[in-house]
Design a protein around this ligand. Structure first.
Ligand code: HEM
Length: 206
């Protein structure tokens, strides 16, 4: 690799890794503010596992409620709303024949909100849907696509979830939070899916 290649890789990791995880945490704070009963459940779990001490790596894998909440947030508000592929030769995908060089977009957001896959309560905030893991959460395997799919699937996915668990634990250990009256719910996609008018949240230390 040349030094330029290394620099490009560093930029890619920064761009692909920072904004995505930041919006995941933002939506999690928003949804836990909208659903205080889940905020309380998540806090109870965190305090029962770690008290007020900094969570350690092994302990994070024992989180159940926080995990279900993160998956639920990632289904409803996937940070990246689509990913794409280009065919390098003519190929058949299902019943469709694609010529070489076709650009194919996979609409993560639409798939994550498809009632045929997730049921009629597709838009409800029900983290318990993920109680038995990702594979049992929907009618179609492979419908939870937030990290992409195949050989180019997000290389940072485990790291991202680890960061998110750690950050949410540390926030829940210290603060109760609720939406400020100025918050307007307007999901908006530019590069990532984020709240168009920001996330005004009131934090109360305890
Ligand atoms: C919630 C957080 C994240 C989400 C939703 C996310 C989502 C994605 C998606 C959809 C792709 C395209 C995959 C494909 O084409 O199949 C991708 C690729 C990538 N992600 Fe992430 N990502 C996240 C966090 C991270 C983090 C934390 C890092 C690095 C520290 C990272 C590094 C990358 C890189 C380097 C690629 C390109 C992989 C390749 O082309 O081989 N991502 N990510």
């Amino acid at each position: 690799m040349t030094i330029e290649d290394v620099m490009e890789e560093c930029k890619l990791f920064y761009i692909a890794g920072m904004e995505t995880t930041a919006v995941l945490l933002t939506w999690t704070m928003i949804l836990l503010s909208m659903h205080p009963e889940w905020q309380d459940r998540a806090r109870e779990e965190v305090i029962s596992l770690f008290g007020k001490t900094k969570p350690e790596y092994e302990g994070l894998s024992r989180l159940k409620t926080v995990n279900m909440i993160l998956y639920k947030v990632l289904r409803l508000y996937p940070p990246g709303i689509r990913f794409s592929r280009r065919t390098y030769k003519e190929m058949k995908i299902g019943n469709v024949t694609c010529p070489a060089g076709a650009f194919i977009e996979i609409p993560i957001l639409f798939i994550h909100h498809d009632p045929d896959i997730w049921g009629r309560d597709v838009n409800d905030f029900k983290p318990e849907r993920f109680a038995e893991g990702i594979s049992k959460a929907s009618k179609a395997s492979g419908a939870f696509l937030l990290f992409g799919w195949g050989p180019r699937i997000c290389i940072g996915q485990n790291f991202a979830l680890l960061e998110a668990r750690m950050a949410m634990c540390m926030i829940l250990q210290r603060f109760e939070f609720e939406l400020a009256p100025s918050y307007t719910h307007a999901p908006y996609a530019v590069l990532t899916l984020h709240p168009m008018h920001g996330a005004q949240i009131k934090l109360r230390a305890f």
